[in-house]
Design a protein around this ligand. Structure first.
Ligand code: PDD
Length: 287
């Protein structure tokens, strides 16, 4: 059976699935999204993702497209139809379809799209060699905590990374402090083995992987600081890594062409990745 997508109440072949040309997501990026990892058939941290979706919708005053129970049902039905056991579920909610006009439409219904994508495990090469990251100025607005589909600075940053032969770009604020990657959260391990990641303010997206990893770090008793760190501090760090729903925990071994630590993936980073993988392994299949 060809892959299917869910579009406003219907399951359609992915190839033919489409939204209206006057969908406000298309015209204004007036919408939000979530990427929920699926690991061995389990939706990872589903409720945390749905909490963040609710919050993003609330901040933008977009109505809920359906109840949480209904969202969960559609997620499972789409996973079942697509035979998805490892990959991710993408959900996008926009303010709906209305004649183009900046102000909120009075009677549009929120539009919901869901797709799934399979993902292969990260390659031994990536895990063995680590990733290259560059830095770029953070050009975004000051509500990066909202998971909006408006991602122009992020895609420009990611493209700059790709063109520099890197995997990710760390965005840097006006004070020279790293905010986060274009689609990942940023972490370092200091020379005295403290794990550091920026505190979750309006300047970053509070990653669900970040939230879960913070919990695992606390549980395992590693030293932790949630605070800003500069590009200089990152370059002098012992280790660096990134997190996201599609990267999980991945080591970084170069920042702006400078090796981090000894230039190999960090030992603590490897342990944290393992804790995260064990956590996902422990989850029960989403029925
Ligand atoms: N990106 N920061 C930004 C700007 C992101 O876009 C993401 C996720 C993260 C990590 O959040 P989480 O751990 O909840 O995935 C941080 C998704 C994967 C994407 O846009 O594809």
């Amino acid at each position: 059976m060809p892959r299917q997508a869910y579009v406003n109440g219907r399951y359609l072949p992915h190839r033919e699935a489409a939204v209206h040309i006057e969908d406000r997501g298309y015209q204004f990026a007036d919408g939000v999204y979530e990427v929920v990892p699926v690991f061995n058939g389990a939706l990872v941290d589903e409720d945390l993702h749905l909490d963040r979706l609710d919050r993003s919708l609330g901040e933008l005053r977009i109505a809920q497209p359906m109840s949480r129970a209904a969202l969960k049902l559609v997620s499972r039905e789409l996973m079942r139809r697509n035979g998805l056991s490892n990959g991710f579920l993408y959900m996008q909610v926009t303010r709906g379809v209305a004649p183009r006009d900046h102000k909120f439409p009075t009677n549009a219904r929120p539009a919901l799209v869901m797709t799934t994508r399979q993902m292969k495990p990260h390659s031994e090469q990536v895990l063995g060699e680590g990733l290259k990251v560059i830095t770029v100025p953070d050009q975004r607005w000051d509500r990066c905590d909202i998971k909006s589909v408006s991602l122009l600075p992020n895609i420009l940053g990611k493209q700059a990374a790709v063109e520099a032969g890197a995997y990710e770009a760390w965005q840097v604020d006006r004070d020279g402090m790293v905010t986060e990657g274009t689609s990942t959260n940023a972490w370092i391990v200091t020379q005295d083995n403290k794990v550091v990641t920026r505190d979750a303010t309006h300047s970053i997206l509070n990653g669900i992987t970040r939230i879960t990893l913070l919990e695992l770090i606390r549980k395992e008793g590693y030293e932790l600081e949630e605070r800003c760190f500069s590009v200089e501090e990152a370059k002098a760090a012992r280790e660096a890594f990134l997190t996201s729903s599609t990267s999980f925990v991945l080591p970084i071994t170069q920042l702006d062409a400078k090796p981090i630590g000894n230039g190999h993936p960090g030992i603590l980073t490897g342990k944290l990745r393992q804790h995260y993988m064990d956590y996902m392994q422990s989850l029960r299949k989403s029925a």
